[in-house]
Design a binder for this molecule. Structure first.
Ligand SMILES: Nc1ncnc2c1ncn2[C@@H]1O[C@H](COP(=O)(O)OP(=O)(O)OP(=O)(O)O)[C@@H](O)[C@H]1O
Length: 254
């Protein structure tokens, strides 16, 4: 099998994902979190920005088919991934913001191999791919390691490797750089650049999204702006800078 992570392709040549959301609403805990979301775009590298609580993680879960909208429709490459879990497994991999919500096995190899066996690979082959994935990320020495010996940032990297090893057509990454040191971030950035599938990258940090072709800005559970990365990020940074200059933490509850 060709090793995706060692492939020379950059994000620019990655296959785009087609996302179509129509009239989408989600309520959680009895209150609206996303409302009236309409979106139709194709992107190989989509950045998602927005303030705390604007709905970015909820959108990630929707796109991965993990939650059903209370209203409207969500299609990823034309498919309803909530209804079609088999397609979802083949189509989408998601990295959660908190690795403790993701890791389920005691060893690093088991954690990476699990998703591969779910895809139908024999166990020995899955473990071999897991070892190749560790090597591609520069952590071959984690072979045999127990998850409990890893730091929080290292667990985050483990989760990302587990998702990447499955070579999903779409990877959804919720704050993938959180808690990682500078060399690990740089390494991860290169690995993501080589990913042949599409990426949806949620981040608070506009610098993380500089390589994106499009950016979606969520605000209060709706689309504030969507378009070419440069223009949207410029407007977002300008507004966040203005908001930061106000001494009003009431905004944080928004
Ligand atoms: N299970 C839940 N029950 C009730 N409310 C929820 C639940 N999950 C999320 N929310 C609320 O929905 C809103 C959007 O949350 P979400 O996690 O999608 O935002 P976010 O943009 O990813 O935030 P952050 O940048 O802080 O990670 C928040 O106000 C949050 O409190």
């Amino acid at each position: 099998m060709k090793d995706t992570l060692a492939a020379p392709a950059s994000g620019l040549s990655a296959a785009p994902v087609q996302l179509d959301l129509s009239g989408v609403s989600v309520r959680l805990g009895g209150r609206p979190v996303l409302s009236g979301l309409d979106l139709s775009l194709a992107s190989a590298r989509l950045g998602v920005v927005g303030r705390n609580g604007s709905g970015k993680s909820t959108l990630s879960r929707l796109l991965a088919g993990l939650i059903r909208p209370d209203g409207g429709t969500v299609r990823v490459n034309g498919r309803d991934l909530f209804a079609d879990r088999r397609a979802a497994l083949a189509e989408v991999g998601i990295l959660f913001q908190n690795p403790d919500h993701q890791v389920i096995f005691p060893t690093v190899i088991e954690e990476i191999a699990f998703g591969l066996t779910q895809q139908g690979r024999p166990r020995a082959e899955a473990e071999e791919v897991a070892r190749r994935t560790l090597a591609a990320f520069g952590v071959a020495h984690w072979d045999g390691a127990y998850v409990e010996t890893l730091s929080q940032g290292q667990r985050h990297l483990l989760c990302l490797m587990a998702v990447a090893a499955m070579r999903p057509r779409l990877m959804i990454l919720d704050e993938p750089f959180a808690g990682l040191d500078i060399p690990t971030r740089a390494q991860l950035r290169r690995a993501l650049g080589r990913h042949e599938g599409a990426l949806v990258h949620v981040s608070h940090d506009p610098d993380d999204l500089a390589d994106c072709d499009r950016v979606l800005w969520l605000d209060g559970g709706g689309v504030r702006a969507e378009g070419p990365a440069g223009a949207v990020l410029e407007a977002y940074v300008a507004e966040m800078t203005r908001a930061g200059e106000r001494d009003d933490l009431a905004d944080l509850a928004g």
